[in-house]
Design a protein around this ligand. Structure first.
Ligand code: FDA
Length: 396
């Protein structure tokens, strides 16, 4: 096997690696893009329920979690959602805004992957799949890699291996291992944008019975953060956008507060209903704002249903509190098996926010989810992959 001598080697042909590869190749750099998987961009294909929520119109640094919150600003400002939308439009990929600025493909996620692969092919990127990387060493001229396709010598090495979520899609901790090898700190990782599990028997039974039911407009809060979106009951606990969002702020043992009817002043509403329809049953009333099944189960497990006139003022107040501030301590999360992102990762305080280059080992770059930058749900994680990939591409 002959030694390959690209100028730039990128490990990981996911969202960030693909963007970095063609952007660097367009600058005239000779780029080798390696991935151990048999297909590039598997997460892109899986994303957005098969329609890839590829960016968000309202992307702001505030949509990202990191120990170093300023780190993402520079890259996000230099490659914005508008730049990616321009690329998508240039390729004639049809898309639409679903809600809250979230842009999805009209057809399939494969439109986005095909676009990125087309850009790579046009720019002359050498993409090698099914290729493992065995060792990496620093040399005087850059980096020497031993790979499944032989030795590779390059000036710049980009780590774009992503996080730990969904191992069946090729996720590994390889990026963290390389970071440590070159003296970088790796902040503790945990699953983010992930459903909660519940083990408390009564609540678990209730969730399981309601599995597939959603409550459209809830305000979910934890550790000073709140998200107003729907929640979904599952066989094992709770999911839905508001739950996924808050999961990124939750630590084991923390209480999650759920307002099931944030658009109502519950105390006032219940009192008015009691005055206006004293003989109406609580179950019937709740059936008007929730599904009948949910109303029935709430009455079964939380409040005995009786005619409204029979509730005392403190009882009504207790119902208002339970519906408006349901306090829940999840047993845990579904973990990396279903998480959309990995929180934590390569410590950004040792990486240049402008170039993504390591401050420990010149010529080494980290981009995408392997870094300690995680976005909210809604297209922000891809926007980070595009922006950080583009930033590194200008300097590799
Ligand atoms: P990514 O994980 O995309 O790519 C890493 C690549 O490195 C993979 O191709 C992997 O095979 C390769 N690799 C790993 N280890 C390696 C090794 N040792 N050697 C060689 N190659 C290696 N975000 C969003 O904005 N909108 C959305 O709609 C969704 N939807 C979504 C759905 C699901 C099910 C998941 C799991 C995630 C999402 N996300 C999302 C998150 C988004 O997919 C994620 O943040 C980006 O793909 C991260 O891009 P990266 O390029 O950093 O990693």
């Amino acid at each position: 096997m002959q030694t390959l001598t690209p100028e730039v080697t990128i490990i990981g042909a996911g969202a960030a690696g693909l963007m970095c590869a063609f952007s660097a190749a367009l600058r005239g750099r000779k780029v080798l893009l390696l991935d151990h998987a048999n297909k590039a961009g598997k997460k892109i294909l899986m994303s957005g329920g098969g329609r890839c929520n590829f960016t968000n119109l309202y992307t702001e640094p505030a949509n990202f979690l990191s120990t170093n919150p300023h780190f993402c600003k520079s890259a996000l400002a230099r490659y914005t959602q508008w730049d990616f939308i321009e690329l998508v439009s240039r390729h004639g990929v049809p898309y639409h805004e679903k809600k809250l600025g979230q842009l999805f493909c009209d057809n399939k996620s494969s439109d986005i992957l095909a676009m990125l692969l087309d850009e790579c092919a046009q720019a002359g990127v050498d993409l090698r799949l099914d290729t493992t990387v065995e060792t990496i060493e620093k040399t005087e001229a850059g980096y020497a890699l031993q790979t499944g396709i032989g030795a590779v010598h390059c000036q710049s090495l980009v780590i774009a291996t992503g996080g730990l979520s969904i191992p069946t899609l090729g996720a590994t901790g390889f990026g963290y291992q390389i970071a440590r090898q070159f003296g970088h700190g790796v902040l503790p990782t945990r699953a983010g944008l992930v459903p909660f599990t519940i083990t408390e028997p009564t609540l678990k039974a209730m969730c399981s019975e309601l599995s597939g039911t959603s409550v459209e407009d809830c305000l979910v809060s934890c550790n000073g953060q709140s998200f107003r979106e729907n929640i979904l009951f599952t066989h094992r606990g709770l999911s839905g956008p508001a739950i996924l969002q808050i999961s990124s702020y939750w630590q084991p043992g923390d209480v999650v507060h759920i307002d099931l009817l944030p658009h109502l002043d519950l105390g006032e509403w219940l009192t008015t209903q009691q005055q206006e329809r004293p003989n109406g049953e609580l179950r019937t009333l709740l059936g008007e704002v929730f599904t009948r099944k949910l109303a029935g189960l709430l009455c079964e497990h939380w409040f005995a249903s009786k005619p409204l006139k029979q509730y005392t003022a403190p009882e009504l107040e207790a119902i208002a509190t339970q519906l408006g501030d349901w306090q829940l301590v999840p047993a845990g999360t579904e973990g990396y098996r279903t998480a959309e992102v990995t929180l934590g990762g390569v410590d950004t305080r040792e990486v240049s926010s402008k170039t993504m280059e390591s401050q420990k080992s010149p010529g080494l770059y980290f981009i995408g989810e392997v870094l300690d930058v995680s976005g909210h749900l809604g297209g922000f994680n891809f926007q980070w992959a595009w922006a950080s990939g583009f930033a590194a591409a200008q300097y590799v």
